[in-house]
Design a protein around this ligand. Structure first.
Ligand code: MRU
Length: 346
């Protein structure tokens, strides 16, 4: 498992995920501007990994500033938070990570600048390690829904490249493989940016997990031919009603799964829930450039050069299509509004 994000004493190292699997290119990130661009350009992506990166990004940003009073520190920090928060709008982990660092630092309002800066880095590292443990617990809880000799369909990339640990949906899959319960994974290619074909397949093949790649439009036939026992996807933001925003195409899989009576699960840490958002349709959805659709992976043009395109990066799966949400605290079942509240109150 190569970590997507790692802190290297005085700089941040990222794998450039836009280059995988052709090339494993490590980026040396030293400024908050580079962090912003890496998130925006999907060099680092996946909801938890974006949040973790932003934590280190805040440290890099504050390190660039001449030291001043504690009050100046928080003013600058709030500016940096607003800047990084504008990199991508859907994954709530980005905002959650920065808010949680801000809140914990806020308890030290009287501390000198240097102490605040050191603590910011310690908290960013802690947040990173915390996500690793959340992934482990999600992987364990998820085993309850994996049948023997499971054939599991997944979408996008939710593994080590997308998190601080073994992953969310892919973590459940890895654990099932380690326990000898997995027959095969079907990875949906995930147009337009191909996170499934490029990243998930790479992670699974590297780990020796049996996988077959399908293009996104093959999922219906796959289910019709009874080749799937279970669908598991990740999430970028889960509303209080249990609706889950995830990579575009996830909703289609959920509709198909219900029609074919295949269980459909979301796997996500509690840091992906946004209880301020009551209903799924209020989740902000990122719109991405038309060239992501017009071209295959930024290169070969596959249509008329200027054709207008509709390119939302995410869709929202309504709660009634979700069999359960696998979290680090256990599996949340319907009715979601009550059961989500309950898990947060524990
Ligand atoms: O646009 P991306 O690649 O950041 O989208 C990622 C996803 O949709 C993942 O499924 C989600 O962030 C969960 S990652 C554990």
């Amino acid at each position: 498992m190569i970590p997507a994000v790692s802190w290297q004493k005085n700089y941040l190292q990222l794998i450039d995920q836009t280059r995988l699997p052709e090339e494993t290119l490590f980026l040396r990130i030293e400024t908050i501007g580079e962090v912003f661009e890496a998130i925006r350009q999907l060099k680092v992506r996946g909801a938890p990994a974006i949040g973790i990166t932003a934590g280190y990004g805040l440290f890099l940003g504050m390190r660039e500033v001449q030291s001043g009073s504690g009050k100046d520190f928080f003013e600058r920090l709030d500016q940096q938070i607003a800047y990084l928060a504008s990199a991508r709008p859907t994954a709530v982990n980005l905002f959650w990570a920065m808010e949680s660092l801000r809140r914990r630092l806020g308890a030290m309002a009287d501390a000198p600048w240097e102490r605040l800066l050191d603590t910011l880095l310690e908290l960013a590292i802690e947040l990173h390690q915390d996500d690793r443990q959340r992934c482990e617990d999600i992987a364990d809880h998820g085993q309850a829904v994996v049948p023997e000799q499971a054939r599991i369909l997944t979408i996008c990339n939710t593994g080590a490249l997308a998190t601080g640990g073994i992953g969310t949906a892919l973590g459940v899959i890895f654990r099932a493989f380690q326990r000898g319960r997995l027959r095969e994974v079907y990875a949906s290619e995930t147009r337009p940016v191909l996170q499934g074909a490029r990243l998930t397949v790479w992670e699974l093949v590297t780990a020796g997990v049996p996988v077959q790649l399908i293009s996104d439009n093959m999922a219906a036939a796959l289910m019709q031919q009874k080749k799937t026992d279970l669908v598991i996807a990740g999430a970028d933001r889960i509303a209080a009603d249990g609706a889950a925003a995830n990579k575009i195409g996830t909703y289609s899989l959920a509709v198909l799964a219900q029609y074919h009576q295949v269980p459909f699960y979301i796997a996500a840490p509690l840091s992906t829930f946004d209880l301020q958002i009551s209903r799924g349709h209020h989740i902000p959805i990122e719109m991405r450039p038309a060239d992501e659709i017009r071209r295959v992976f930024d290169q070969c043009l596959i249509t008329v050069p200027d054709v207008p395109c509709w390119n939302p990066a995410f869709d929202v799966t309504p709660p009634e299509l979700i069999s359960g949400i696998i979290t680090e605290k256990g599996i949340i079942r319907p009715p979601y509004p009550e059961n989500i509240q309950q898990i947060f109150q524990q």
